[in-house]
Design a protein around this ligand. Structure first.
Ligand code: PLP
Length: 406
């Protein structure tokens, strides 16, 4: 049996919505993006959400808005996808990597120890769709001693008066923390709609604005929208609709090109309308794995079932107890040979050339390494049938047993 790792969810409604965009005469940023933004706002309960062409872009744009630049530091987990660090580097700042906990998420103690007078932001990452401890992070940035260290530059930093919390929620659309959905747990939350994510537009993302009341989130939405479209006063859609003198525009800010096209947004629009169903199907697979592996002595299950909390079930990060990285790799080889595609989330950033060469050392992140060396991500998506789930479980159990007796 051949089982792929994370195929996109494409049904007749998705196809219809894309065809609708294609036939409408308008395929880039316009009504479909606006409709998707409105759906995101409704789903998450946030005041303003801006569609962008990737989460990476969204994070760059938000950090740039906060005035983060050369010489500044941004704290991130060492255990994440490279984009978290690259977004920081692209705006000239330095990613400060810290270790994670056993649940794969950033350690609050390690964040606190890493804060300096240069720290401008913290980017918690909701690994696999399990929300970070936002109450503790928000409490930490509001602590008097931490606020006193903060050196505000520019209007937005002065107004906030503390470190910005920007959530990398690439995995966690639809996840719940203490009965609250991700998207409003941090000052700013950035979702990814990349092809492998729970909700997809092929490439894309959204910036959710949930800044404190001193800020006008709708006004910031408008600013970021302008900055995502070259800083041009009239976007192409508005120009196309204007009669007569519609061709005139101005560039009022040296903006970026980070807008989301309508033809892409159409995919996500059809998906978000049935997102609760998609989530419950993911949960079905997650629960099946938990049930199937819980009596295996070697299985270290993802610790993701808790009152008032729920994962978005983006990944099923199975870990094998007392295994070495080499033996884990061998297990993956055996599973793959049976036709089941699995993955590892993530190769820790300090183990990747760019970061290794910049001086980051995996030995400084023991918990990150321990999680990585033991981890195998299993396929999890709504389309997986019971038969396929059974096959995956058998393949994993047999492969692990073969390797651990070696
Ligand atoms: C996928 C991913 C990103 C990047 O998302 P893009 O939309 O591809 O830019 C960022 N962070 C994490 C943790 C991711 O998994």
């Amino acid at each position: 049996m051949k089982i792929s790792f994370s195929p996109p969810y494409v049904d007749a409604d998705v196809e219809q919505e894309v065809i609708d965009a294609l036939r409408s005469g308008w395929i880039t940023t316009g009504p479909k993006v606006k409709a998707l933004e409105d759906e995101v706002c409704n789903y998450v309960g946030v005041e303003a959400a801006l569609g962008v062409n990737s989460a990476t872009s969204g994070m760059m744009l938000a950090l740039h808005w906060f005035g983060i630049t050369r010489g500044d530091e941004v704290i991130i987990p060492a255990y994440t996808y490279a984009a978290t660090a690259l977004a920081v580097m692209h705006i000239g700042a330095k990613p400060i990597m810290v270790d994670v906990n056993e649940d794969f998420n950033i350690s609050i103690e390690k964040i606190e120890a890493a804060i300096t007078e240069k720290t401008k932001a913290i980017i918690p990452v909701d690994f696999s769709g399990w929300p970070c401890d936002y109450d503790s992070i928000n409490e930490l940035v509001n602590k008097e001693s931490v606020k006193n260290k903060f050196i505000a530059k520019g209007e937005n930093q002065k107004k906030l008066g503390r470190i910005l919390v920007m959530s990398d929620a690439a995995h966690s659309f639809g996840a719940v923390y203490k009965n609250i959905r991700t998207g409003i747990l941090a000052d700013i939350t950035v979702f990814s709609f990349h092809a492998v994510k729970n909700l997809t537009t092929a490439e894309g993302g959204a910036i959710c604005l949930s800044l404190p009341t001193a800020f006008n989130n709708l006004a910031i939405y408008k600013t970021l929208r302008l900055w995502s479209l070259n800083g041009q006063t009239k976007d192409a859609f508005t120009k196309s609709k204007a009669a007569g003198g519609g061709w005139k525009y101005d560039i009022v800010y040296p903006g970026f090109k980070m807008n989301l096209p309508d033809v892409c947004a159409a995919i996500g629009l059809a998906q978000i309308r049935k997102y609760d169903k998609l989530l419950s199907e993911r949960k079905r697979v997650f629960d099946f794995y938990d049930e199937s592996f819980k009596n295996q002595p070697w299985a270290w299950l993802p610790p993701y079932q808790k009152n008032n909390f729920s994962s978005s079930y983006h990944l099923y990060p199975l870990r094998i107890k007392n295994i070495t990285e080499e033996k884990r790799d061998l297990i993956i080889e055996k599973i793959t040979a049976t036709g089941v595609a699995v993955n590892v989330h993530f190769i820790p950033l300090p183990m990747l050339s760019v970061f290794k060469n910049a001086g980051y050392n995996i030995e400084d992140y023991p918990s990150t390494y321990k999680n990585y060396a033991a981890e195998i991500s299993l396929p999890i998506y709504p389309q997986l049938s019971i038969k396929e789930c059974n096959f995956i479980v058998q393949s994993v159990i047999e492969s692990v047993n073969e390797v651990i007796i070696l």
